[in-house]
Design a protein around this ligand. Sequence first.
Ligand code: SF4
Length: 376
Amino acid sequence: MTIDTIFSRLAYAADHPRQTALDYMERSGKKAIGCTPIYTPAELVHAAGMHPVGLWGGSPELIHAKRFFPPFMCSIMQAILEYGMDGTYDFLSGIITSAPCDALKNTGQSLRFSTSLKIIGISHPLYRKEDFGIRFLKSEYVKAAAALEEIAGQTISDACLFESIELFNSHRRAMREFDQTAALHTAVVTPSRRHSVMRSALYMDKKEHLELVTELTEQLKKMPPAAADGNKVILTGIQYDGKDLLEILEHNRISVVGDDLSQETRQYAVDCPLDRPDPIQCLARQWSHMCPDSVVFDFDRNARGRRLVELARERGADGIIFAGTKFCEPEEYDYVMVKKFLEANGMPLLHIEVDQQTRENQAIHTRIQAFTEMLP
Ligand code: SF4
């Protein structure tokens, strides 16, 4: 398969999430379960013989969601509720919701109240490294597993769950390798292409995606490194999604050489440790190893800033773009600490506010253009 063919297959999946999931369901005969952001244990869904589908919002016209949410709710949750209420998610046999922020808590409850979808709620503990936190999360996962077994009509055996965890860990390693390799080939891996590789993973069968990404990385490695002209940046935030936003980067000759986005490499940063005889315990322990981000509490307030500076230096980035999701409280709190740390370390930073429902991004274009003029 040529590199262009791989990119087009991944771009199709990234641009047509519902159709991609439906095609796979038809081919495999499997049911599908929606997984809301940010860290839902998709391995449980896979081990139950079903297809996990990432739910990261979109740009529907908000009609039904307005009955439950005020306008100052983050756009990702508004879109998820709208899709739940307008029937877009009717092909799903259930939705797993996590609750690391108030918006997600409300979304799970509103979906439960306003739709006939089966909602499986999970709470991730704030104190994630202590034994009591791990025990609590394990009990949450055990309840979720029981609900998934009921939907699937089959039990989740330890052997199947270990197998699913191993597959997901292999996929995480492949995504990390792609991320590192892509940073050396920005002439080929444009911001849009890079994003397609990350986003398509949310909708495709994990094994199929793993095979495509592995082949893509191998082909890139055979080519001499080729950097695009222009500036290099690291993106951070919840997501940097949308054709328009990606085109703004490309128009301003900006390459993405790494990211710290919840929707992208943060999903793949930490493997599930396979060091316990109980696979659900292993999944619960993964949460305690997660990299700090705005919804993963850490006492070290500079952890995220430090990681960004290290990543930027390792990849030779000229600066960092903080894509703050509008009305996202966790990100707004984190921004203050990240900004102070980056300023103290001389790392250029641009803050922009992104929103899935905004169709006109001219102001962002102007700000990014001005940012590049300040960069070396
Ligand atoms: S973390 Fe932010 S963007 Fe994500 S659901 Fe919560 S408020 Fe929305």
